[in-house]
Write a protein that binds this ligand. Sequence first.
Ligand SMILES: Nc1nc2c(ncn2[C@@H]2O[C@H](COP(=O)(O)OP(=O)(O)OP(=O)(O)O)[C@@H](O)[C@H]2O)c(=O)[nH]1
Ligand SMILES: [Mg+2]
Length: 460
Amino acid sequence: MGHPNEGKSSVVATLAEDDTVPVSPTPGETRQCRQYPVTIDGREVICFVDTPGFQNPRAALNWITRAEAAETVWLSAFVNANRENPELADECELLAPLADGAGIIFVVDGSRPVRNIDRTEMEILRLTGLPRMAVINTKDRQHGEYIEEWKNAARTHFNTIRIFDAHRASFAERMALLESLKAIDPDWQEALQTVIEAFSEDWRHRINESAAIVTELLKSVLTHKAEKTVGKAADTEEAETALAAKYQKEIAELEKQAHARIKKRFKHNIFSYDLPARSMVNQDLFSRKTWKALGLTRNQMAWAGAGIGAGIGAKADLAAAGLSFGVFTALGGALGGGSGAWGTRKIARTRIKGQSLGGIRIRVGPIRNDQLLYVIIDRALIYFWHVINWAHSRRDQPEPGWPENPELQKSLTANWSDTQRTVSKRFFKAASKNNPNVIETAAADFKGFFGGIMNQISGI
Ligand SMILES: Nc1nc2c(ncn2[C@@H]2O[C@H](COP(=O)(O)OP(=O)(O)OP(=O)(O)O)[C@@H](O)[C@H]2O)c(=O)[nH]1
Ligand SMILES: [Mg+2]
C-alpha cells in the first residue's frame, strides 16, 4: 500500500518474482487490487496483493474517526458504506484486502520528504490495528537523504521499518524482509516461517538445476561435432571454413539455449540484456577477445586456437593447423591405409591431389581443448549472476558497466584451485570417452561441485 507511484507494484513484483506485474512511471498505473500468489511445487505459499495508491486519504480519515468502531471492524463498515461514493471509491478498493485480514506493507519513496498527506495515510493504516511494516524504497539512489526523516515519521505508525531497494534486492534481502514480517505478529510466525523455508528450498533447487543445465551444456559441447562430405579435393578448403563456422554457431546456440533455461528457472520472461561490449559474456564465443579476456598469454592464445584444431583430429599437426580451427580431413575409402598415415591436414591435402576419391569426409569437433570449456563455464557463471540479480520489478535495460562488481568482470575459473580444476578436468576427460557410467559419475561430481560455486556466486 502507499501513495501513488512510490514503488508498491515494484515491491510486489520483486517479492513475488513476477515480471508480469504492471510497473510504470505514470502515477495511477495500478487502479485495482490484484493478487499475485506465489506457487512453489504446486502449492500456494503466500499471496501478495498489489493495491492502487491512496487518492483521498483525508476524507477517508474523517470518515474513520467519526465511525467510532473498534479496530478492524471499521474496515468492512468503511468499505460497505463507501463503495458507491465516488469520493472514497479508490480508498474502498485499496482497503478491501485489509478487511479480509491481509497484513500491510506500506511503501514510501525515501528520496523525497515526508508530507502531511503521508502522515494521514500512515494514520489510517495504524488505525487498522493490523500487522504493518513500512518499506522505505529509495527510487532515486542518489537522494537517500530523507531516509532518516521517513524512519522517524513511520516509527509511531508501524511495527517495523525496513529499507528495501525494490529494483535491486537480492534473494538474501528479500528473505530478510520476510524475516522481519515474521517477527511483527505472533500469529504470523508459523505461516511466514513456512514461506521462508519454501522460498529457500526452491532457491536451492534452482541452483542445483542451473548446475545441471551447465553440466549438460558442457557434455553436449564436449561431444559435439559437425561433419560434411565433399566430392572434390579442390572443394575441401572452402568446406572446412564453412564447417568450422557451422560448428561454432552450433556451440554458441547450445550455450544460448542453456542460458535461456537458467533464465526461465528464475522466472524471468522479459529480462533480456546486452552486456557492455567489453564483457567477455558479450563476445562471440570464439573470438580472440574472449580468449584474451580470460587473461591468457599470447602463447596460450595460440595454443588455445590450435588446441581446438588439435582436438579435431587425433593426429592433427599443430604447426600445420596454426591458429585457424583445424579440420580433420578423413579421406574416402580409396585412400584407406589407416588414419595414422594421413593425420595432418597438409598431408591429407597433398595426398588428395591427383587421386580419384569417392568423397572426402570433413569433421570439426569434438574439442579436446579445456580452454573453451572454461570460457563457457565463466560465461555461465556471469550469466547466472545477472539472472539472479535482476529484480522482477525492473522494466529497463541493464546500464553499461553492469555488473559493478569487478570480480565478475574477469575470469572466475582462472582463480580456481588445483583441486577445483581437478573435478572439471576429470569430467572433461570422461566426457570424451565412450563409457556412459564413467561419464555419469564424473558429471555428477562436477554438478555437485558446480552447484557449490553457483551458491557462492549468489552471495556476491
Ligand atoms: N530506480 C528505482 N525506480 C523505482 C524503484 N521502485 C519503483 N521505481 C520506479 O518508480 C515508478 C513507479 O513504480 P511502481 O512500482 O509502478 O509504483 P506504484 O506505487 O505501484 O505506482 P502506482 O501503481 O501508479 O500507484 C516506476 O517507473 C518504477 O520503475 C526503485 O527501487 N528504484
Ligand atoms: Mg502500482
